[in-house]
Design a protein around this ligand. Sequence first.
Ligand code: NIG
Ligand code: FE
Length: 420
Amino acid sequence: MQLRMQKIGALIFRVTKNNMSLILKNIKNCVTWDSERGGMLIHENIDIAIEKDQIVEMGAHLGSADHAIDCSKNLVTPGFVDSHTHPVFLEGREKEFSMRLQGVSYEEIARAGGGIVSSVSGVREASEEMLIKKMTERMDTFLSLGTTTIEAKSGYGLDKDSELKSLSVIDKVNQAHAIDIHPTFMGAHAIPQEFKNDPNAYVQLICEEMLPAVRKQGIAEYCDVFCENGYFSSDMSKKILLTAKEHGLKIRLHADEFQNSLAANLAGELNAVSADHLMAISDEGIRALKENNVIATLLPGTTFFLGKTEYAPYAKMKALGLDIALATDFNPGSCHIQSMPFILSLACIYLKMDILDAIKATTVMGAKALQVEDEKGSLEVGKKADIVIWDLVDPVQIPYSVSKDCIDTVIKNGKIFKNS
Ligand code: NIG
Ligand code: FE
């Protein structure tokens, strides 16, 4: 069957009819989480049948469909679920990158008025249309890199109107783009300049004005706080997150990124869905996550991009049996990385993660960190048809290939995006 072609960013989108059936034939290796077994599984020589946006059958030698893709030489995995990104900003911060190359640290740049707050004027001044354009380009790139579901935070507006504008940008891009986007309000990303001398007044503004307005706007699913010495203390974070809960938002935290700030303990106490970063987490913090079923989301791209050497203590977390997700933390400052395949390489090389654990952490665990694991993150009958077909055969070739683009096709909700 001949499909109409259309270009979207770096992708050729083969336009499929809504009710078209699709079959991936004779997949060489299909790697996925398997709910029944409660573990990762490699299916060999299997077909996947798709109708509309759903996987309807998996097995050997299934019947025909409107469109078939021969996968006899391919590895197939679920699409990546990137559960931690900051994609609503205007311009990059290459100047700070250059400063870091001269030896100035991320923390020193932030104390000197750079860092997160330096992205704020861009977002405050930009029109919604301009931010939509920028974010859409970024989503095209994410999709071409195999990411089919993503979380997106506000947090470069830092005043009520600009935070609401950022959430509105996320919502509009979500409606128009193939990628599924989960919106997070992160007004507590940094203390804006105008509140530098009175941070508690900013916390009050978040609790009394921003959060009620965010609830009224009705877009955000989550509230996130940068709980870190020098940003939002554990007490400030607790106040914001408890208020967010009262307003019906689920919570997640940037926790113990640079110093042990008791943020993981707070994530446990408040039953956050996920605690992220965790480079400086204490043993007690690890136990708090385990005891309260908080997912540990590791972001090795940030450690790498900042030129740091202390990665999150993955071995300890694994030994204690934590649920572990991996995400990019894509942002203009501390981690200008969009590629989940590259994050897989970093996780295997620096965290010493086993390849199947790394695929689990970037797919089904990412989905769990967004509470969508019932429909996404694995290739099973009844799940969404969110799939990556690789120009590879063996799963270990994903991290091994480091910077090479090895993605042949991305299927999102049953629609085919061929990598051009
Ligand atoms: O997740 N840690 C806090 N926020 C971002 C950094 C954002 C920026 O530098 O613009 C992060 O690393
Ligand atoms: Fe982040």
